[in-house]
Design a protein around this ligand. Sequence first.
Ligand code: 5AD
Ligand code: SF4
Length: 454
Amino acid sequence: MRRYHVTTFGCQMNAHDSERIKGLLEDLGLGEAPTSEEADVVVFNTCTIREKPDTKLAAYLGEAAASKRRDPSKVIAVGGCYAEAQQERLFNLYPDVDVAFGPGSIAHLGDWLGAGGVGVARGRFGLDDRAFAAELPQHGERTHQAWVQVSMGCNSTCSYCIVPSVRGREQSRRPGDILAEVTNLAATGVREITLLGQNVNSWGRDLLPDIHTEFGELLRACDEVDGIERIRFTSPHPKDFREPVIAAMAECSAVCEQIHLPLQSGSSRVLKAMRRTYDRDRYIALAHKLRDRIPDVALGTDIIVGFPGETDADFEETLAVVAEVGFESAFTFVYSPRSGTDAAVMDDQVPHELKIERMERLVELTQSIAKAKNEARIGRIEEVLVEGPSRTDETQLRGRTRRNTTVNFTGTAASGTLVDVSIESATSTTLRGRRVTADNDGVITGTTGRSGRL
Ligand code: 5AD
Ligand code: SF4
């Protein structure tokens, strides 16, 4: 049997798409190889959001090309956002690549490779004839958790971002298709879903006039599906975080108290140049409203440092917003110019050393806040969805709280179950604790409700 291997770069949408690429290859009769060295069909599902993933890919493709020289029957396929951004240029840059395809053209991989994955073709790109990867067969990487694609593309025009040009305009999946998938997933034992879209909470707008709906309604419908205990979503845009979504989060027991809400900058001037369409005050007001309305909510964020023209005063404003909102977690990025975006050709690009200096200060602040937030959980009982053995210590189990914090804990429990864990210590990224049951602590367990204090 011929075998494939898929290497994934980038975001959760790419992780989702890779599961579909795997499902499709398995439908063609290929098995999965543990490494790309051992595979007959080597696939890279790429990202191009910053320069770093591009450089990483170059190293991986160098290794794949060397291995193809030893075994010329090997097929090298490159999919995803970098492929879409480069299109035919990819074959000049990397002559050993046989097949390339954009994120909207995954289905064509099957036509090219043919049964057994031996046929070879060139590329398929473009955004006019896209298809939802979600409609392809799925190879779920995790048993009890699943990604669910609700839309593809993005209608925003953030001046730094390459995504709209590689994933196209926003197109929502029909609610019936999404719910059918969620119901099927629940029937196969999935307990937690993460709804995915580049701008997840503008979902539904383009379904008008056929269907009149919005993201809050989708959350409520997913909450009704038997067997789904936890619902997450990523990423919402602050400009589209409206009342119906907040109300659905507050009222639906399966919707987790966790929101990833990209800030990008705390300076209204920089936000304007980024074309984010909200300012500092509006973002802060939204964060306060979310904390008020959704008790115990955990707020995460993305922040870019060193956007063109960012002054010391702008950066100080970012630090001030971070301190005011008190994010439970933060992904921080050094601004990386992407060719074809408006920001890449703006004057006064920030010198590299200054970006690094600001980044260090920002990371220090976000980590200290996240640590304090996690330490505040010590002494609480958290509901944890068990994922398997701990990655660092096999005698421990690993899982996640409703607020999406990783917990390593002692005790026994099957993967996919919800257990109560008493939190004993914390770092900026993880919690530690022990499972509590009625036997060892006098605490009633087995509830799927929100966690409370001991
Ligand atoms: N440079 C640095 N970070 C970027 N992001 C998007 N584009 C860029 C860029 N050109 C960040 C944003 C986004 C996250 C996924 O990546 O913070 O929310
Ligand atoms: Fe990377 Fe953006 Fe594509 Fe995700 S959508 S893989 S973050 S470029």
